[in-house]
Design a protein around this ligand. Structure first.
Ligand code: PEP
Ligand code: MN
Length: 342
């Protein structure tokens, strides 16, 4: 529920509402706005005794939030959330932000070389897994802590923000020491202990849609992050499991505008995992920008046939240059532009 205060409400009026909500056993989140303050009531799993609040001085309106997810919903907050990264790049504004890099960090040379090329070709953030959630226990699991150090070196060299994954709650503190954005992968979208820990990590979180998750389930997963105290969440459509094996997944681009209508959080798309096929990545990147995605996350490898993971869907660096060149005019056609920095 949202308690909307009158524009003449005093700080004492606001405090009285906050105290009353605490007294009722719920949490209160004051959200000052341009015209007036709204106070979010959290922690209820059903009806609230509204009569205790309606009569308080300065209270203008009580708005029930009908969706099962509360703080991520547009009912809760109409204005887009803008998630800012350390290097001045922001998701959720007019600009479309491109995150690019290999699936996994493999060596110093690999990550540095690709970071330098990506920086020159229009990426604003560098992706690369140090801890990899692999389907097979025999596949390359990532370089771990060493991989994080190599990512930090690449950031030092290029200024690119670092997006990298944590696969369990225990590694969240270590990963957030190095990451600018903590990634939670599709396989972990409903790992609730991980979500709750990431909600307290102090860095933006990139939450990828589970491979068979509904949009509502993704939004409820995001609600875990916000309810644990992290407002900086970016959602990512990365394809869902489908019946057709021509592609690895079915990139659900309808989910981009649908999710944006339901939540104020930025929504980006991953055409690499969404297709699994290198030469389908650029067409679907174009389509994602046209659909209104707030950003793209794309796998690029200096030598895809030698990649230790996801080589078949990784672009060659020159293909990435071409992808960016094609996405720019599409962004402009819908009143946006590709983000740049530095
Ligand atoms: C990845 O980004 O490399 C990854 C493992 O993605 P997903 O969680 O979407 O499968
Ligand atoms: Mn991958």
């Amino acid at each position: 529920m949202l308690i909307v205060m009158d524009h003449r409400a005093t700080p004492q009026d606001i405090q009285r509402v906050v105290d009353t909500i605490s007294d009722m056993g719920y949490g209160a989140k004051p959200m000052p706005g341009r015209q007036r303050t709204a106070i979010g009531l959290v922690g209820n799993d059903g009806g609230v005794e509204a009569a205790r609040l309606t009569g308080l001085p300065g209270v203008r309106d009580l708005i029930p939030v009908s969706k099962p997810y509360k703080q991520v919903s547009r009912e809760w907050r109409d204005e887009n959330t803008v998630v800012e990264l350390g290097n001045g790049v922001a998701f959720g504004g007019d600009e479309v932000v491109i995150i690019a890099g290999p699936c996994a960090v493999e060596s110093r040379e690999q990550i540095t070389d690709i970071a330098v090329q990506l920086r020159e070709s229009g990426a604003c953030a560098l992706r690369g897994g140090a801890f990899k959630p692999r389907t097979s226990p025999y596949s390359f699991q990532g370089l771990g802590a060493k991989g994080l150090e190599l990512l930090a070196e690449a950031r030092e060299r290029t200024g690119l923000a670092i997006v990298t994954e944590a696969v369990d709650p225990e590694s969240v503190p270590l990963v957030t020491e190095y990451a600018d954005v903590l990634q939670i992968g599709a396989r972990n979208m409903q790992n609730y202990p991980l979500l709750m820990r990431a909600g307290r990590c102090g860095k933006p979180v990139l939450l990828k849609r589970g491979m068979s998750a509904t949009i509502t389930e993704m939004l409820l997963a995001a609600e875990y992050l916000l309810s644990a105290g992290n407002p900086d969440v970016i959602l990512c459509e990365r394809g869902v499991r489908s019946f057709d094996r021509q592609t690895r997944n079915l990139l659900d681009l309808t989910a981009v505008p649908v999710t944006q209508s339901l939540t104020h959080l930025p929504v980006i798309a991953d055409p690499s995992h969404g297709t699994g096929v290198r030469d389908k990545v650029t067409p679907m990147a174009r389509a994602a920008v046209a659909a209104g995605a707030d950003g793209l996350i794309v796998e690029v490898h200096p030598d895809p046939p030698q990649a230790l993971s996801d080589g078949a869907q990784s672009l060659y660096p020159n293909q990435f240059v071409e992808m960016v060149a094609q996405c720019g005019p599409i962004a402009r056609a819908i009143g946006r532009s590709l983000a740049t920095f530095g």
